[in-house]
Design a protein. Structure first.
Lengths: 297, 285
């Protein structure tokens, strides 16, 4: 076999290993969770009551909690991250840009338990004191988790958006300027639209990270079951404690469930839901990113 | 899990097919004691090659009956041996050896304590746990909503609490409160939240950031979770954790008991939030 052939074969083989691993993971979780789907049916997704001693398994409040904190994190982090990305990509000279970027990427690498502890020590108390007039009962709220997650996903979104903006060819900017646009106009009319798919991909990857984050959320979300909001559009539930898929999976129930087939299936089912959520978001991001780079090619 | 279980069974089968002559030390009983005992067994397996099997079939009662039937050499119990147990197995010389004590305090935040709530009765605690009372006013305290941080289920601390409140942890009604896990987390969150209440291992209630309530009995007298009260059995939300043998322990059973009573065994007990046997004789807090 000639060398290029070997390279190609090896890369196929390694890709196959990755794909097989993912498939094995997904099917193992799905298989383990069969018992709960069989018992609760679709009610497992839509049910709002989870009492493992009864037993009764409805995962909707946890799906709500997961989506609420992740979307909140995205809404808070996106404007700041985009602003920073425009600054580094469009205004900074190459050397300071590299420095700022590596600092931001350093932030992305901080272990999440560190953020979690900072959340417990500072953020919980800030939220508690700041929102006292709104009658919050404790600092453990969905809002606290959302703010903490925003800080955690900000570096990811910022650095990937910066990459997307830098991928827009300089010729386009020059053309815009030569047509008499100001720098700000060139950014708004040319760079941002051209980088849009990449920026959306960055946002989605940030969202994916927020959905899957466990320990930091675990420490500040309150881990209160069955917090299904009376009105889905209301913001009030964000000031209450809640439970996310990850905080549930990270808690003691996983140990209790071990040995009880139905309870175990219910926990594995949460893994399936989480995998489906994160998988969808990540695939969408990958697809957009590919479309973005194809547009510049 | 099934794969793992299959692997465990295969290993177990291989183990059984192997040296049958070597006596396996079998231990069974309370899940509360098991937390520390199972870890001790792992250490003894690794360090001394001891063959130990620790199980929790039937909890404390299972430990007593299997010891009585001669199926295990050591029982683990988190409730006292009754006369009925002894009467059921007249030939067995039950020998309980205390390895620690599991006392749980109800702790409150400073504002609740300063607001005058220093003790709760079982009935009051049930009202709170079942959601009938949601304001400290309802139990003679300040006008402040109760923020109850429930110890997560499966923790020894929660088991003791539920056992005290409902006689049996399985009878505790299903509830959804904010949950806390490790002792540090419970103490930190109660200390920093007004109107907070939680269950915490008594050894963690420091009386500075959080305050331990006394428990009021039906006659109205109050028992505080001091070491003296716990030792004398006057504090009800507490259990002695013990190993039981038939007569004095021999051979591997003796090695196991000695390990549990030694420094490392006692450290394991403390790691799981229990009081060690030496602390039972200590000064009151």
């Amino acid at each position: 076999v000639r060398p290029p052939e070997a390279t190609r074969l090896l890369s196929y083989a390694f890709s196959a290993v990755t794909a097989a691993f993912l498939a094995a993971l997904a099917s193992l979780l799905a298989w383990q969770s069969v018992a709960v789907w069989r018992r609760e049916g679709l009610g497992y997704l839509t049910g709002t009551r989870w009492f493992f001693r009864v037993p009764e398994f409805g995962a909707a409040p946890m799906v709500y909690g997961t989506l609420a904190v992740a979307v909140l994190a995205l809404l808070l982090a996106a404007p700041v991250a985009l602003g920073a990305a425009v600054f580094t990509a469009e205004y900074l000279a190459p050397r300071p840009r590299a420095l700022v970027k590596s600092l931001v990427e350093l932030l992305a690498g901080v272990p999440s338990v560190v953020y979690g502890l900072l959340g417990v020590l500072l953020l919980r108390d800030w939220v508690y004191r700041l929102l006292e007039r709104f009658d919050v009962l404790s600092g453990d709220t969905l809002l606290t988790a959302g703010v903490l997650l925003a800080v955690m996903v900000l570096p990811t979104i910022m650095t990937l958006s910066d990459d997307a903006l830098r991928a827009v060819p300089g010729v386009q900017r020059e053309a815009a300027r030569s047509l008499g646009m100001t720098r700000a106009e060139a950014i708004l009319r040319v760079s941002l639209p051209a980088a849009a798919p990449g920026i959306v991909a960055a946002l989605l990857l940030g969202l994916g990270r927020a959905l899957g984050e466990t320990i930091a959320v675990f420490l500040v979300v309150g881990r209160q079951d069955n917090q299904w909001p009376q009105r889905l559009a209301s913001l009030r539930p964000l000031l209450d404690s809640g439970q996310t898929l990850t905080s549930k999976l990270g808690g003691s129930e996983t140990h209790i469930a071990y040995g009880d087939p139905l309870h175990w299936a219910a926990m594995a089912g949460l893994g399936v839901i989480l995998l489906a959520l994160v998988g969808t978001v990540t695939l969408a991001a990958a697809w957009l990113a590919r479309r973005g780079s194809a547009a510049h090619a | 899990v099934l794969l793992m279980r299959a692997a465990v069974w295969t290993l177990a089968a291989l183990g059984l097919a192997g040296p049958l002559s070597a006596e396996v030390l079998k231990i069974n009983g309370s899940t509360t004691v098991n937390l520390a005992a199972a870890e001790a067994a792992e250490i003894l397996k690794a360090e001394k090659g001891l063959q130990v099997q620790v199980d929790t079939q039937g909890g404390s009662s299972g430990g007593i009956s299997m010891l009585g039937d001669g199926l295990v050499q050591i029982g683990m119990i988190s409730k006292p041996l009754s006369d009925a147990d002894r009467a059921k197995y007249p030939k067995v010389k039950f020998n309980p050896i205390a390895v620690g004590e599991d006392a749980v305090a109800l702790i409150v935040s400073p504002d609740v304590w300063q607001g005058g709530v220093h003790a709760l009765s079982q009935a009051q605690m049930r009202d709170i746990y079942e959601g009938r009372v949601t304001n400290w006013k309802g139990v003679g305290g300040p006008d402040q909503r109760i923020v109850f941080f429930n110890k997560e289920p499966g923790r020894g601390t929660w088991e003791v609490f539920a056992h005290w409140l409902y006689g049996d942890a399985k009878k505790a009604p299903p509830v959804s409160f904010r949950e806390v896990g490790a002792n540090e987390e419970a103490r930190n969150k109660v200390a920093s939240t007004r109107g907070a209440l939680s269950q915490l291992s008594a050894s963690w209630a420091d009386g500075k950031t959080v305050y331990a309530l006394g428990l009021k009995d039906d006659a109205g007298s109050v028992a505080e979770p001091t070491s003296a009260n716990i030792r004398a059995g006057r504090y009800p939300m507490s259990r002695t954790l013990a190993l039981v043998t038939n007569g004095s322990p021999q051979g591997d059973a003796k090695a196991f008991v000695e390990f549990m009573l030694g420094k490392r065994g006692q450290d394991l007990m403390r790691k799981h939030g229990y009081l060690g046997v030496d602390e039972l004789g200590g000064a009151g807090k």
